[in-house]
Structure formats: structure tokens, C-alpha cells
Design a protein around this ligand. Sequence first.
Ligand code: ATP
Ligand code: MG
Length: 333
Amino acid sequence: MSRKIILTGDRPTGPLHLGHYVGSLKARVELQDQHQQFVMIADAQALTDHADKPDMIRQNIFQVALDYLAVGIDPKKTTIFIQSLIPALFELTTYYLNLVTWNRLKHNPTVKQEIQQKGYGDNVPAGFMVYPISQAADITAFKANLVPVGDDQVPMIEQTTEVVRKFNRMYNCSVLVEPEAILSNMARLPGIDGKAKMSKSLGNSIFLSDTTDVVAKKVKSMYTDPGHIRIEDPGKVEGNPVFTYLDAFGKDKAKIEELKAHYQKGGLGDSVVKKYLLEVLQSFLEPIRDRRKEFEQDKGEVMRLLREGTEVARAAADATLTDVRAAMGINYF
Ligand code: ATP
Ligand code: MG
């Protein structure tokens, strides 16, 4: 694959968990060697539904940055930046909003679902309603042609593609670049409670920043097969998050297959499998914890890296904005 420009990121509304690792962080560490990658800490987007909690967002910017650095996103290879410090993104959003209809916005399936989940009804913040257009600005500002996403984000890429086509057609230019979504091939990581999705608001997450004690407690409390009551009973591996995590984080595939066969046959206790899972998770998390600790002790350095990345991102977005204004003929002077 030729070198592409990638835009991805997270809303800083909490620390990142194993689901984020499987769903996106792992890919970012791999992609940064082949492509030009921008990773955005989407604080402005987080404000669209947390306007009353700027302090929470401020704190989580640092936590998310630590998570990035800890998993191996390398600021020498990847541009990590803070969204709200790039004014061009907001100007682009304003112009793009004129290219979409209110009706189209109302029918974005992901936003519709989120409005329902959050119980907004008609009292949805206008900024939240239009956040897919702000995402179109984020993606196009960097001329990103590759956007790694989970399936919930596919409607955002479709919306961005529509904006790109409409802009280029209306202003008779080829300034904006159509993005391509790459779907993460790993299915959703389930929660420790067995629910389909590990999610911080469901309280069923193992965070990358959890201490060894907390991870041990969480693994012990994990949901398994409710039909597996006595050790000698045969147990189910499908839908059993303990085995899903082993598949996702375990290196010794032969041992995992052996454990699965034994569990299905009967005679293997949950506590034994959990004990092994705990070993697997601790050895996965240990180097992440170590790197996190190092950066945590040097907050100045983390903030300096963020400032540097933000400057690079600002220059890239400004260049696109200049092209956009020229294409629209609103470059007055
Ligand atoms: P919240 O509960 O506040 O919605 P969350 O923990 O579900 O938070 P999000 O911020 O909604 O996390 O997730 C951002 C992105 O991270 C998602 O679009 C998805 O791509 C990825 N992601 C989140 N949770 C998982 C998961 N359990 N498995 C795989 N990917 C995930
Ligand atoms: Mg979520």
C-alpha cells in the first residue's frame, strides 16, 4: 500500500481501556510505520455533550495522551494534537454546515442512537447534532484518505464523503479528498460483565491504567458461563469473555486451545482459567504501565509533545483552509 494520510482519535472523556486497545490503539501502533498518521484528542467534540465538564475533559487530555504514549504511539512518527487548538477546523465546519440539510443530520443512525441513549429528545445540544460535520472538517483538514473506524463510525465517513463531493462539485475543484474507511477486523471486545461491549460508561472496563490489584479484582469478578456450575460440568467458550480476552491478548495459542477443549469437556474450573488470564493480562499491561509511569513523572514533557504535535497539525489544517477559501473565492485580499 502506498503511503497514506490517516486521521483518527478519541474523545478525552475518560482513560482508555482494553476495548480501545483492540479496536484502535493496536492498529495505530502498526500503521504509524507505513503511513503519515494524525491522532486527534477530540476535546471540542467531547464538549458537545459535556459542556458542563471542561475540567473533566482537561484532565482526561493528559490521561489519554499518557495512554497513547504508553501503548507505543510514537510522537516521532505520529502527530498527536489537541482539536480545540486548531481554529481552521471550526471555520471549515461552518462552511460545510451549509452543504448539508438538517434533515440529513437528523437521519444519521449513530447520532440518532446516541440521542436516544442520552435521553436528549428534542433538547439535543445543537453542537452535538452537527458533530458529524465537525468530523468531516477534522478528516478533510488533513486531507486524510484513510480513516480506521469501528462500525459505529461508518455513517460519519459516509457523511464526510458527501461533504467532499458536494464541495468539490459546487466549487468546481478537487481540493477536498475522499476518505476511505478501514474497518477494524477485530470484533468488539466484550465487558467483564459479559455485555457485548466494554464501555467506560457501563462500568465494565479494564483500563490500561488500572493497577495490578485492580486488574486482579476485575478478572476475579468476571462473568463466565452461568451454566458452568460445578467444575466437572461442561462449559461454554462462545460468549465467555474470559476466553475472548485470552484470544485477544494471549500469545500461547496452543495452550489456549487446550484450555478451551478442557473447559468444554468439563473438569476445568473457572478460577484456573481466570488465573491464567490474569497472568496473560498482567504481562500485556506491565510494559504499558512502566512506560506510563515514566511519562507521568514528566508532565512537562508530555505537554511539550502535545504542543509540538498541535503546531504541526495547525500548519497542515491552515494549508487546507487556504485552498478551501481560494476554491470558494472568499480569499478577499
Ligand atoms: P462511552 O461509554 O463514554 O461511550 P466507550 O468506553 O464506549 O465510552 P467510546 O469513546 O465510545 O468508548 O469509544 C470510542 C471508539 O473506541 C469507538 O468508536 C470504537 O471504535 C472503540 N471502542 C470502544 N469500545 C470498544 C470495544 N469494547 N471494543 C472495540 N472497540 C471499542
Ligand atoms: Mg461508547
